[in-house]
Design a protein around this ligand. Structure first.
Ligand code: NAP
Length: 287
């Protein structure tokens, strides 16, 4: 029977560590880190996500600046707000909650965010830096995946890692991070010819697909580590992309849904906000 990786516990540790580091940073004369959230429209799930992010920001001792805009807000208004937050020295991180309503071009608005304040790691500059193996802002969920692997002492060097899903938010950055840790990475997607065969080669299997229980026990090698990023709302409640009950007996370790990767995203966002504040202070000091 595999180990169930406790995302809640690891996330709590990360949040506690960030809170401690924020206090030390301020104590040593650093500016209080600030995270600005922009929420356009009435999507209930987005409201919950942003509320949780704001709460975690304040709990970590950082400032939360929240901007809530009506669903019919024109794109220029969002663009102006992002530009003003780029120029605001009290704001170290800018988070535009996506997806925004249809009149707003998510990619165009993301590109406006100052890369140094891009705590979601979604600007082309940060995505490019990650591919180049250079320091930059890395999206929070992939960082959370890596933190969970670290928490169980997973041996990454030379391991066969299979990533299913190639989103900008998860699949692509996770693959880049695993490659940077010397994994041999196979990247699968909807056109992969024999997904089961590819998955069976994995020492480390990461699923970020959005299809409930796509990965079943037949697709998992005995002793593999399985990280399930999927969050799917079904009639049976929240389920992941992995058939947890079926895979658990075969896996060396596996994340549950809920209680796994989902817990890590906000914790790593807090980590990114503090890192952004420190990086911006270093740039200002160099001026
Ligand atoms: P996404 O943008 O929804 O894309 C899904 C990916 O899965 C695509 O690359 C797609 O391939 C691939 N795919 C779809 N069906 C497939 C199949 N049958 N076999 C193999 N690959 C298939 O992905 P995402 O944004 O990474 O989201 C994936 C899941 O993770 C969702 O459930 C989402 O809610 C969850 N999520 C959770 C967190 C968290 O905090 N835990 C954060 C982000 C996302 P193509 O590229 O070929 O279309």
């Amino acid at each position: 029977m595999g180990e169930i990786i406790d995302g809640r516990a690891v996330a709590a540790e990360v949040k506690e560590r960030v809170g401690r580091e924020v206090a030390e940073w301020i104590e040593s004369g650093g500016d209080q880190p600030g995270l600005a959230t922009i929420l356009v429209g009435d999507d209930p799930a987005s409201h919950v996500y942003v509320r949780n992010k704001r709460k975690a920001t304040e709990e970590a001792g950082m400032r939360s600046f929240h901007h809530e805009l009506a669903a019919d807000t024109p794109q220029e208004t969002v663009a102006d707000l992002i530009e003003s937050l780029n120029d605001d020295d009290a704001v170290h991180g800018i988070l535009l909650q996506l997806p925004a309503p249809p009149q707003i071009d998510d990619d165009a608005m993301t590109r406006l965010i100052d890369p140094m304040k891009d705590v979601d790691g979604l600007t082309p500059v940060n995505a490019g830096l990650l591919q180049q193996g250079k320091p930059g802002m890395v999206p929070a969920t992939p960082l959370g995946v890596m933190e969970l692997l670290r928490s169980i002492g997973a041996e990454l060097r030379g391991a066969n890692a299979v990533v299913v899903g190639r989103s900008m938010l998860v699949g692509k950055p996770v693959a880049a991070l695993l490659l940077a840790e010397d994994c041999t990475v196979t990247h699968c997607h909807s056109r992969t010819r024999d997904l089961a065969a590819e998955c069976r080669r994995a020492d480390i299997l990461i699923a970020s697909v959005g299809v409930p229980k796509l990965i079943n026990a037949d697709m998992v090698r005995e002793g593999a580590i399985v990280i399930d990023v999927g969050i799917n709302r079904t009639e049976d409640g929240l389920v992941g992309d992995v058939d947890f009950d079926g895979v658990l007996p075969k896996a060396a370790a596996i994340t549950p849904v809920p209680g796994g990767v989902g817990q890590m995203t906000i914790a790593m966002l807090m980590h990114n906000t503090l890192a952004a504040a420190k990086a911006q202070a270093a740039v200002r000091a160099g001026r």
